[in-house]
Ligand binder design. Structure first.
Ligand SMILES: [Zn+2]
Length: 452
């Protein structure tokens, strides 16, 4: 299959090193507040990736991390710690805050019917391993000590600028007043932060006789090294991770273990809401309960996401979400036909759809093909199974066979209508509608579909 690789900046053929174990890592959420719908688009795109890899017959060993320590409000090494800030806001301990938001996140993850990762790793479970990596960096001469923490000297890593095509000279010239004036280069970053005198920080561990905590990037390099083993096949994250977070993850991996981190890097673009960037001040930070209140399910939103591409900036609107909801209902009704009519051979349609998915995850192309084929075909059980495997929209779940009593009623109503007994026919139709079923009349009888 073909994937756009951020590392090479081109579409490349992706072939796993070991088809029985495609090693994949996804940078997960910082668990200090509720994730909004924009955050979840990324996980829906990566779910499509996992499903497409599985359609190829490859098995995916995927790790997702939960950042429960060390992520500051700025992507640089300054600002408040997001977890500590969340704890103060909620009047809870940092550990309680982490538990609460991890549970909430995973609840939505499941409601979206995203394939469960092989392993979900909490950053704080890997502190000992983090420090092993720090020791390695120290031994290899990449670190220097400052009042703020142990910093990575990026001038020691010749390829530091390569991944993000950074212009380091420009960065130097444009450097603002540094928050840490002991830094040797503007791009240097904290691998391990020290707790300063008087600093209130609940999450802390002892290293070299002092209390401190990991810098944000460390957990990803550590978890990949410990759990999957580098180089992994695919590393995913948001495009905002390219210049700082992923660049620094790579620097840590090379500095500590001298190894390549990932063969393929995939980065998702962002969504705007009604033409505006998602921001608290604009009041457009929507969560799933907000969508539910307006009559939209997790899967309606997933449908909307699958209509676009992970590399495109998207605009979310409630009108478009309503259209996606209708589209999902159409797919449910199409899937329900398998109980009612003789199936046609849809293997060619399936192959066409797979070809789109294997072409850099073009789900929009695959779904467009399905739309065209729907009017002329009736799916069999296998085709519906394929659709659910590819997109995880639970079409089969939404289409249980209707019971015999309802079938009898449908036939009875058709008979009444043919006999021009409209009062009886209408009464029966209304009764059937109460079961969530609407009817389409043909010459020979009625077929049914799911009503809105
Ligand atoms: Zn990461």
């Amino acid at each position: 299959m073909k994937l756009y690789n951020t590392a090479s900046r081109k579409i490349e053929d992706f072939i796993p090193s070991n088809p029985n174990r495609v090693k994949m890592y996804t940078c997960g959420p910082t668990v200090y507040s509720y994730a909004h719908i924009g955050n979840f688009t990324a996980y829906i795109y990566w779910d499509l990736l996992v499903r497409t890899l599985q359609l190829k017959g490859w098995s995916v060993d995927r790790v997702l991390n939960m950042t429960d320590v060390g992520h500051l409000t700025s992507d640089a090494d300054e600002g408040d710690d997001k977890m500590e800030k969340g704890a103060k806001r909620e009047g809870k301990t940092v550990w309680e805050v982490a538990d609460m938001y991890i549970n909430d996140f995973l609840g939505h993850f499941r409601a979206l019917n995203l394939v469960e990762p092989t392993k979900v790793c909490r950053a704080t479970d890997y502190i000992v391993e983090d420090l092993k990596l720090v020791d390695e960096l120290e031994k290899n001469g990449y670190l220097y000590d400052t009042t703020d923490g142990l910093y990575y000297d990026t001038s020691k890593f010749a390829d530091y600028a390569k991944f993000a095509h950074l212009d380091l000279e420009h960065l130097k010239a444009g450097a603002r007043v540094e928050f840490n004036n002991e830094k040797r280069n503007p791009s240097d970053f904290a691998v391990w932060k020290w707790i300063r005198d008087g600093e209130d920080h609940a999450m802390k561990w002892k290293y070299r006789g002092r209390m401190g905590y990991p810098g944000w990037h460390l957990e990803c390099a550590t978890i990949i090294h410990e759990v999957l083993g580098e180089p992994i096949d695919i590393h995913t994250g948001g495009i905002d991770h390219i210049p700082v977070h992923h660049t620094n993850e790579i620097a840590e991996m090379v500095g500590a273990y001298g190894s390549e981190m990932a063969r393929f890097w995939l980065h998702n673009n962002f969504i705007n809401v009604e033409g505006e960037k998602i921001s608290k001040s604009l009041g457009n930070v929507f969560m799933f309960p907000d969508l539910e209140e307006r009559g939209f399910s997790h899967l309606d939103f997933k449908m909307w996401v699958l209509q676009g591409h992970f590399q495109s900036e998207r605009n979310f609107s409630f009108d478009d979400l309503a259209a996606a909801k209708q589209r999902l209902l159409n797919y449910r009704n199409f899937a329900a036909l398998r109980w009612q009519k003789d199936a046609t051979d849809m293997s060619e349609v399936r192959d066409g759809m797979i070809a789109h998915l294997e072409n850099n995850l073009n789900s929009a192309g695959a779904l467009a093909e399905l739309d065209v084929a729907m009017s002329k075909n009736v799916p069999d059980e296998k085709f519906v199974e394929f659709l659910d495997k590819a997109f995880g929209l639970k079409l089969a779940d939404f289409t249980p066979d209707i019971d015999d009593e309802l079938k009898k009623k449908i036939a009875e109503r058709f008979k009444a209508k043919t006999a021009k007994d409209y009062v009886k026919a209408d009464a029966l139709r209304d009764e059937i509608l109460k079961s969530g079923i609407s009817l389409l009349d043909g010459a020979e009888g009625s077929t049914w579909q799911y009503a809105e």
